[in-house]
Design a binder for this molecule. Structure first.
Ligand code: SF4
Ligand code: MG
Length: 252
């Protein structure tokens, strides 16, 4: 078994204090270790954004590519060597904006990779423009009077596009996030996990108190194999209302 420390790098992350990326990287490392994955047989692929630096700081194979383009690279890696465990990372701006087209087609193509999206509802790296998951009315550098657009619902899009594993986690709950990530990596096919994360620098109103009221988990009665019920739960998710976490849909 690869010990947790085997995934550590000598350099330390440089995200802002309080950034949700710290919890997400801790959860990813714990997941890789608990699944006994070997660093040399694991590949992490990212695009552009604050989140995209994650492969710098986990000692595995890594590839940092173009904005919104982690999915085509990750699928290519997996097809070239199916023995590798491949994780692709995206951001809500990167993955749902620039990479939205790749997301739709990865869902229906069902290549056996895991796609993790750091969803903080803002373009953090470029200093705070509203993103595809920002709530209507969000004031930002690029929406001075408030965004007039409806946010997209990535979970509902994924189910409708044919994804065979769709889940949501919250960065602040590492224990639950690790359990969700383990199931996603073990799923045979395209597994998508949207992780709600705070960005204290550009969305300070999304603080601990905000998420305490917002995050909700599916109970045991939820049948994740029932596509219609799963879609109902997916449609509840977002920054505008309760964000439902857990395995929303898994094709049985
Ligand atoms: Fe994290 Fe936001 Fe800082 Fe980026 S800008 S490192 S997302 S807190
Ligand atoms: Mg973002």
């Amino acid at each position: 078994m690869a010990k947790l420390k085997e995934f550590n790098t000598t350099e330390l992350p440089t995200w802002c204090p309080g950034c949700g990326n710290y919890s997400i990287i801790a959860s990813v490392k714990k997941t890789l270790s608990e699944l006994n994955l070997e660093p040399q047989n694991t590949v992490l692929v990212s695009g552009v954004g604050c989140f995209a630096k994650l492969p710098y700081w986990i000692k595995t194979n890594g590839f940092v590519g173009l904005h919104g383009r982690s999915l085509p690279v990750a699928q290519g890696v997996k097809l070239a060597n199916p023995k590798l465990t491949v994780l692709a990372f995206g951001g809500d701006g990167d993955g749902y904006g620039e990479g939205g087209n790749h997301f739709l087609h990865a869902c229906r193509r069902n290549v056996d990779i895991t796609y993790i999206v750091h969803n903080n509802s803002v373009f953090g790296l470029t200093t705070g423009q509203y993103s595809p998951t920002s709530e209507k009315g969000r004031k930002s550098k690029s929406s001075l009077l408030g965004s007039t657009e409806q946010p997209i619902n990535p979970l509902a899009i994924a189910i409708a596009s044919g994804a065979t594993f769709v889940a949501r986690a919250y960065a602040g709950h590492t224990k639950e996030t690790v359990e969700i990530l383990k199931k996603a990596i073990n799923h045979k096919g395209f597994a998508f996990v949207d992780i709600i994360q705070p960005c204290p620098s550009y969305v300070p109103e999304h603080n601990q108190k905000y998420f305490k009221d917002k995050i909700d988990y599916l109970d045991e009665t939820h049948n994740s194999g029932d596509k219609i019920k799963s879609m109902e739960n997916a449609l509840k998710g977002g920054f505008e209302e309760k964000s439902v976490c857990g395995i929303i849909y898994q094709e049985k």
